[in-house]
Design a protein around this ligand. Structure first.
Ligand code: CUA
Length: 609
């Protein structure tokens, strides 16, 4: 019997290899052409969707065009990025904000798009920093991080979700449990909290205590419940003790009940945030027992069900979002992690151990029909998240699905022991899934969300709105504001800085207020200052203010780091640092340039001041 089985395997393997030789890696020539056609976006043509991929330990967000899979932007969020002049220099307020809230790196996992009536509206994207318990907001009209907050009373900010349908809160789950009383002496049982953050002020309004490690989040489509998977109800502190119980839970928090309890003053304020306790507020928190150590939690587009993926169990648990009762627990394969939807009644679950996406029919699974599994497709390899276009909204598009794989192994040219991350784009428009393309990214996207270009593109600004302190062309100045302080109000436009030189003294603190006065999209100018650890990139209309120490006496050429015109190389100017004891008069730069008359209210930078 055993021998027959071995022969059967050998024959199957030989036949498969022969077939692969004929068609080339298992894909026929015509299938390749069809797949290529589906992802081909000709030069000059535009993609149909934006995909926002979390940047994982790069602390950023990657923006990819779909279906071409072209990387079109990286949005640095929690990590400085010299290429964009983002938070690089000491005096950059964005850097100060990062340092104040936890540091110059982050671990981004879950992008969440703002919603109106349950569909993405293109205003904002939120992204978590697991490591430093932060939440950042990215403006989608400028593709820039505009606010970063630290979430108190919480460690390991993991799952986040927008409260549907109108973005009432951003839910942030605390995965790393802490002693409940906040003490480390004679610690109370370890628990954690789910934070509810107001999306526009980014204020943490309240938190709800949940036992165990709070993992992934989603919300019901009517704003009633937030759902979180919870593992380690054992409150174990090591791996072995975290996987003892047969069942852990999906925690359902009744949001209106929480708001009522907060209004009635039932929160226990810690670090400025009221925390609600389940036992003190009956009905607030429902723990729904599901197979142990569940992972993803995803609400169906119609809002009827919430689906918890089993991770250690080969099942998904389907829960009715009205009754909070389990209606089915179908088997889907090994290592189910996350589920997404096509809007046609099908769910797609990532299988980490099987390295597959499994497509299954939700109603058939609930009814116990034997044919609820529709299709399976291999991915490369060990998929984590997956996301279909609009899969987390009330209106999935049902056309593409992105598999975010943890290991790329043999998929790309080797680049050292560490390989790039691998994403695969799958066509889900038909009954059978079709693999279209794979593309690598730097480390390490966890999750993705899509938004239609037709929704977002019209909202994207061509230039930044002038800031209150923007410098207008013609009003540039160099102002001595103190015995050791100079402010340089500078503009930049193709292809010159105004002023193109200024004098300061050793020991001066030089505040550079720079405005790019271009009115044309894409006309970025850089401002790099050698030996001052300073490089800024200013998109059109942007103003940045940075203070630097003048440094050692000498001539420092500031220059443009973004290629902007045929005279890009000539776009530079001098900061001349005179020695402290220099007897050379430091002239007013306007006088030096024959500009008539003093600038009103502006003292010159002449000697003796
Ligand atoms: Cu401005 Cu190059």
């Amino acid at each position: 019997m055993k021998r027959h089985y071995t022969i059967l395997i050998l024959v199957t393997v030989a036949a498969t290899i022969a077939l692969m030789r004929v068609v080339g890696c298992g894909t026929s020539r015509s299938a390749r052409a069809v797949a290529a056609e589906k992802v081909y976006v000709a030069p000059g043509e535009l993609d149909k969707y934006y995909a926002f991929l979390s940047g994982g330990q790069s602390g950023s967000v990657f923006v990819v065009g779909i279906p071409s899979c072209r990387l079109i932007r990286e949005i640095p969020v929690f990590e400085p990025r010299a290429a964009y002049g983002y938070a690089v220099h000491e005096g950059d307020p964005r850097r100060e904000e990062l340092i104040a809230t936890g540091g110059l790196w982050g671990d981004t996992h879950h992008p969440a798009l703002s919603e109106t009536h349950g569909v993405y509206d293109g205003r904002y994207l939120w992204i978590n920093d697991l490591s430093n318990a932060r939440l950042a907001r990215v403006r989608l009209d400028t593709f820039e991080a505009d606010k970063i907050v630290k979430i108190p009373n919480l460690q390991g900010a993991h799952g986040i979700a927008v409260v549907s349908p109108d973005t009432k809160y951003i839910v942030v789950n605390g995965e790393f449990e802490q002693p409940t009383d906040g003490m480390v002496t004679n610690p109370a049982p370890y628990t954690s909290v789910v934070a509810f953050v107001e999306p526009f002020t980014m204020e943490v309004k309240f938190e709800v205590r949940v036992p165990g490690n709070i993992d992934i989040a989603d919300t019901s489509k009517d704003g009633r419940y937030s759902f979180s998977t919870v593992y380690n109800l054992e409150q174990g502190k090591d791996l072995a003790s975290m996987i003892q119980f047969d069942r852990d839970a999906v925690a359902a928090i009744d949001i209106p009940a929480a708001e009522k309890a907060i209004a009635a003053g039932k929160g226990h304020v810690r670090n400025g945030v009221p925390i609600l306790e389940g036992p003190e507020n009956p009905g607030l928190l429902t723990m729904i027992a599901v197979p142990k150590n569940p992972h993803g939690v995803n609400v169906t587009p119609d809002g009827k069900y919430v689906i918890a993926s089993g991770k250690l169990s080969p099942t998904v648990t389907i829960i009715d979002t009205k009754t909070l009762k389990i209606v089915a627990e179908p088997e889907v394969g090994l290592g189910p992690l996350h589920t997404t939807f096509d809007g046609r009644g099908n769910a797609y679950t990532s299988l980490f151990i099987d390295s597959q996406v499994v497509k299954w029919n939700i109603e058939k699974a609930i009814k116990g029909a034997p044919d609820y599994i529709v299709d399976r497709i291999n991915v490369h390899y060990n998929i984590g998240h997956l996301q279909a276009v609009g899969g987390a909204s009330m209106k999935p598009a049902g056309d593409y699905l992105l598999a975010l794989n943890k290991l790329s192994k043999d998929q790309y040219l080797p680049v050292g022991p560490d390989m790039p991350e691998d994403q695969e784009l799958i066509d889900i428009s038909g009954e059978k899934m079709k693999m279209l393309a794979s593309f690598p990214t730097p480390p390490e996207p966890h999750d993705a969300e899509f938004i239609a270009a037709s929704v977002l593109s019209p909202k994207v600004k061509q230039v930044f709105e002038p800031a209150k302190d923007a410098i207008a062309a013609g009003s540039e100045s160099v102002v001595r504001t103190g015995p050791h302080a100079v402010t340089v109000n500078m503009t930049m436009i193709r292809s010159a800085y105004t002023p193109d030189h200024f004098d300061v003294r050793e020991g001066d603190q030089v505040t550079l207020r720079l405005t790019n006065v271009e009115t044309v999209r894409d006309m970025i100018h850089g401002f790099a200052l050698p030996d001052h650890d300073l490089n800024l990139a200013l998109p059109p209309g942007a103003t940045r203010t940075i203070t630097v120490d003048a440094g050692k006496p000498g001539v420092y050429w500031y220059y443009c780091t973004n290629f902007c015109s045929a005279l890009h190389l000539e776009m530079r100017g001098r900061m001349i640092v005179q020695p402290k004891d220099s007897t050379i008069a430091i002239p007013d730069w306007k006088a030096a340039q024959n500009v008539k008359g003093p600038v009103a209210g502006v003292p010159s930078t002449g000697a003796g001041q």
